[in-house]
Unconditional design. Sequence first.
Length: 106
Amino acid sequence: MAGAIAIGAVAFALARNRGSSYLGVSISLPASRVIDKRLVLGSFVFGIGWGMAGICPGPALVLLGSGSGKGIVLVAAMLVGMGIFELLERRHSKDRPETGAAPGKV
């Protein structure tokens, strides 16, 4: 875990200094450092799912590639969860009033 944290820290430090990825996609890092109800609830749901499956999300992709039933179900569940999150985010952003952000940005 310490190795993963070290690699992630270096990657985030490098990403902060760039406007786009090596493939030309814009990089949008989280600006907030606040631990709020949304973060705690999301972490809780993620942890419960991980604990129920007993499989880390990274190795789940390997299992998917090997044709494992567990990998297929877990990756499908992760995709459904990401889809639900995206729908809720869009709904949440429509409900928020415009602040002084640039046109099209909330």
